[in-house]
Design a protein around this ligand. Structure first.
Ligand code: FAD
Ligand code: A2P
Length: 270
C-alpha cells in the first residue's frame, strides 16, 4: 500500500490493525516507530495501549506500550526496547514501513494531568524507555496551560540511550506550532555509566540538590510541585520514597494527588 494514502483508508480498516509509517533505530537496544491511528481512538497524553504482532502460531503477542505521541497527533508513535530473546521485541525490532501492527485501542494509565492536583511545576522523572509517556506529554499544550514549568529528567546508562529524548526536545524547541511552549520546559538528561554533561542517577542528583542547582531552580515545594514517575520498579520505589519524604502523596485517576507512578516495564520477577 502507498504510505501517503494510508490515512484515507482508515475508516474501512480494522481498528485493531495499523500500518507502520516510520521506523528509527537509535542503537542495538532502542528504536522508535510510528503507525497509522484509528480514527476512533481517543486517548489522554501519557496513557498506554496494548500493541503486538502475530506470533508463529498465529496468536497475537501483545505487550503494554506507552503512546509516545501527543493526543493531537494524527499518527501514533512508540519508543521501544529490543530485548534479544523477548517474545515481542525480538520480532518488533524488525518491523518496516508498510508492515501491520496489532493495536488494541483501549488506552489506560495514571501518567495523566487529570490524576494530579493543580500545581505550578511538573517534574517528569524517567529512566530508560520510561521517557515514552513524557514524549507524549511534553508535546501536549494542555500540560503547559496547567503548569508554569515542566522539568523532564531522564537517566540512562549511556549517551546513545539519551538520543531519542534529546532529539525530541530539540524538535519541540524548533516546532513552528508548539515550539513556544518549550520556553516552559527544562530538560535534564543524565548518564550513569559514561561521561556526559550531567552524571549520576537523577534520584541522587535530586537528593543532593545538584539537579536544582544545575537548572537554577529552587528545591521541592509540595504545595506547588507535582511529579510523574516512569522507570524500573527500583527507580519508581526510590522516587516514591523521595517524593513522600518532601511531603507529597501518590495519586491516581480516582484520587488526584501530588504525584503519579507507572512502571516502564515489568522486570525480572518483579
Ligand atoms: P518481555 O517478556 O515482555 O520482557 C522480558 C524482560 O525484558 C523483562 O522481564 C524485563 O527484564 C526486560 N524489559 C522489558 N521491557 C523493558 C524495557 N522497556 N526496558 C528495559 N527492560 C525491559 N516497553 C517499551 O519498550 N516501551 C514502552 O513504551 C513500554 N511501555 C510500557 C508500559 C507499561 C504500563 C508496561 C507495564 C510495560 C511497558 N513496556 C514498554 C514494556 C513492554 O510491555 C514489554 O515488556 C517489552 O516490549 C518487551 O517485550 P518482550 O515480549 O520482547 O519481552
Ligand atoms: P545505574 O547505571 O546506576 O544502575 P536499567 O537499564 O537498569 O533499567 O537502568 C536505566 C538507568 O536507570 C541507569 O542509568 C540506572 O543507573 C538508572 N537506575 C536504575 N535503578 C535506579 C534507581 N533505583 N534510582 C535511580 N536510577 C536508577
Amino acid at each position: 500500500m502507498n504510505v501517503e494514502n494510508m490515512n484515507d483508508t482508515q475508516t474501512s480498516r480494522n481498528p485493531d490493525v495499523q500500518i507502520v509509517t516510520q521506523v528509527r533505530h537509535y542503537d542495538d537496544r532502542l528504536f522508535s516507530f510510528r503507525v497509522t491511528r484509528p480514527q476512533s481512538l481517543r486517548f489522554r497524553s501519557g496513557e498506554f495501549v496494548m500493541i503486538g504482532l502475530a506470533g508463529d502460531n498465529g496468536k497475537p503477542i501483545l505487550r503494554a506500550y506507552s503512546i509516545a505521541s501527543p493526543s493531537w497527533d494524527e499518527e501514533l508513535e512508540f519508543y521501544s526496547i529490543k530485548v534479544p530473546d523477548g517474545p515481542l521485541t525480538s520480532k518488533l525490532q524488525k518491523i518496516a514501513v508498510g508492515d501491520e501492527l496489532i493495536l488494541r485501542p483501549k488506552p489506560v494509565g495514571t501518567l495523566v494531568v487529570d490524576a494530579l492536583l493543580p500545581g505550578k511545576r511538573l517534574f517528569m522523572i524517567a529512566t530508560g524507555t520510561g521517557i515514552a509517556p513524557f514524549a507524549s506529554l511534553i508535546r501536549d499544550p494542555e500540560v503547559y496551560e496547567k503548569f508554569d514549568q515542566v522539568i523532564l529528567t531522564h537517566t540512562c546508562r549511556l549517551n546513545s540511550e539519551l538520543a531519542y529524548g534529546a532529539e525530541l526536545v530539540e524538535n519541540l524547541r524548533n516546532d513552528p506550532l508548539i515550539g513556544e511552549f518549550a520556553q516552559q520546559l527544562l530538560y535534564y538528561p543524565t548518564t550513569t555509566r559514561e561521561e556526559s554533561q550531567f552524571e549520576g542517577r537523577n534520584t541522587d542528583l535530586m537528593r543532593s540538590g545538584k539537579m536544582f542547582e544545575d537548572l537554577g531552580i529552587s528545591g521541592f515545594d509540595s504545595s506547588t510541585d507535582r511529579g510523574m514517575v516512569c522507570g524500573s520498579m527500583a527507580l519508581n520505589l526510590d522516587v516514591k520514597d523521595l517524593l513522600e519524604g518532601v511531603g507529597m502523596n501518590e495519586g491516581g485517576n480516582s484520587n488526584p494527588a501530588e504525584f503519579v507512578i507507572e512502571k516502564a516495564f515489568v522486570g525480572d520477577g518483579v
